[in-house]
Ligand binder design. Structure first.
Ligand SMILES: [Zn+2]
Length: 454
């Protein structure tokens, strides 16, 4: 890892900067060689990314080289994560191509690969299909090395998925969400233990993610509108029982992670999930954007109608009051003079060109276009993904929404329907647990099962 600067003063600035950020891994700084002694981040690969980022900000990139070195073990650990990430994200790759991709020597890569094979994380899967001399052996992630559990703690229904390290499902199960918060941990434990886990997996269960329909920050639930988990130590209690890392994350954030990992590998994504409420998962420059305290993406509570319909959040005219499935079906029932109507009935009547059903679709298109226009102007995403029964059942609606986005300011690539649909939260949760176990930042899984054919 090389950085450059011709200004020795930068070192004290650099040292101060990094110390202030509580990263006490500098033991000495001498002759432009920085020795890393101790670090307190989750994994070395992450540390490397943070370090690169910080150094870039502090130093001017001109002049002499600064070499950042560490103990042999640390460098080896960083390289191991890089090799593992490269193998996973290429699906299959040879040792030589991995070395070329990372700028490491073949000997280094071969030694690391052997270690990963011994640790049962990587497997050899035959030869590359070239006719140029000796065929290299291809490497791939040993997806059966361990498994993860992902839970979608929905408002009415709780779903659980057990998947391998490539996000491929072993088992899925649903229960009604416990209404009594005190029972949640025991019911989740019963649910997970009632599911068939893979036998003979070398690492067994390696991580667990719970998708929360509410605001989460630092693995804690900050606010949940439909069930009360605030201040409830869900992650710790599950961790005590299963003895593996437990990740709590907002459902819209998990959805966008799932879509990015399995289908839409873009660096800037806005993923809108329309269910009982409306969630927005945002990825900016390949990183999840959560805001100052996890509340970014409360898209349903952006105001689209001044002095409009009252919303439980305290404002008037929130988007959620016009385009959530709950609101649309409520409006449809009112037009039909009925107490309640379900989506299937709506779907049938829309297909029969019922004038009230068409009116409701026009409402969806109109307000969704306003909302998307606001997202495009606020975040400039490359693509917008919509996860809603209305767009999944009637994909032509997306074209109508695009026709409403007339602003000359807009420069997105496309608006697309969700690829993972109602499994996006579960699969996003699986990705979070898999990344945590493997210690990698960027995960790409080319699981064709989830790829839609657009
Ligand atoms: Zn609101």
């Amino acid at each position: 890892m090389f950085m450059s600067s011709n200004n020795p003063c930068s070192f004290s600035a650099l040292y101060t900067h990094i110390s202030q950020n509580n990263l006490k891994y500098f033991s000495k700084i001498k002759n432009y060689v920085i020795i890393i002694k101790e670090f307190r981040l989750r994994n070395p690969f992450h540390m490397q990314a943070v370090l690169m980022n910080r150094l870039d900000k502090v130093l001017n990139t001109k002049g002499d080289f600064i070499m950042v070195t560490g103990s042999k073990e640390l460098i080896r650990d960083i390289n191991t994560h890089l090799v593992l990430e490269t193998i996973i994200n290429h699906a299959t790759i040879s040792r030589a191509s991995t070395a070329k991709h990372l700028g490491l020597t073949k000997a280094t890569v071969s030694a690391i690969v052997q270690d990963l094979i011994n640790r049962k994380l990587v497997v050899e899967i035959g030869s590359d299909d070239t006719n140029l001399g000796r065929k290299p052996i291809l490497l791939s992630l040993n997806k059966k090395a361990g498994y993860v559990v992902s839970i979608d703690l929905g408002v009415d229904t709780t779903s659980a998925l057990i998947s391998d390290l490539a996000g491929e499902s072993y088992c899925m199960k649903q229960i009604r969400t416990p209404k009594n918060t005190n029972n949640i941990v025991s019911e989740l434990i019963n649910l997970i233990e009632s599911m068939k886990a893979p036998a003979n997996s070398p690492y067994g269960l390696v991580g667990l993610t719970v998708g929360i329909h509410g605001v989460t920050i630092h693995n804690q639930v900050l606010f949940t509108p439909y069930y009360n988990l605030t201040g409830f130590n869900l992650a710790d209690q599950l961790n005590q029982h299963f003895g593996v890392p437990v990740y709590l994350e907002n459902e819209a954030n998990l959805s966008v992670i799932g879509e990015k990992t399995f289908q839409y590998d873009y660096s800037n994504i806005a993923n809108i999930s329309v269910h009982s409420g409306i969630g927005l998962g945002i990825i900016i420059n390949d990183q999840l954007f959560t805001g100052y305290n996890g509340r970014a993406g409360e898209f349903g509570h952006t105001i689209v109608e001044i002095d409009g319909r009252p919303c439980p959040c305290g404002n008037l005219g929130c988007l959620e009051q016009y385009v959530s499935e709950r609101s649309l079906l409520r409006d449809f029932s009112a037009l039909k003079g009925k107490e309640e109507m379900d989506f299937e009935t709506y779907q049938r009547m829309y297909e029969e060109n019922d004038s009230d059903a068409l009116k409701i679709m026009d409402q969806f298109i109109k307000y969704m276009s306003v909302g998307i226009n606001n997202i495009l102007n606020a975040y400039n995403p490359e693509i917008v993904i919509i996860n809603s029964s209305f767009t999944i059942q009637f994909p032509h609606v997306l074209e109508k929404i695009e026709q409403c986005l007339k602003s000359k300011m807009n420069s997105y690539i496309k608006i697309v329907p969700s690829a993972l649909r109602d499994t996006s939260i579960l699969l996003g949760g699986a990705c979070v647990a898999i990344k945590g176990f493997l210690g990698i930042n960027n995960l790409k899984l080319n699981n064709t099962k989830y790829q839609s054919h657009q």
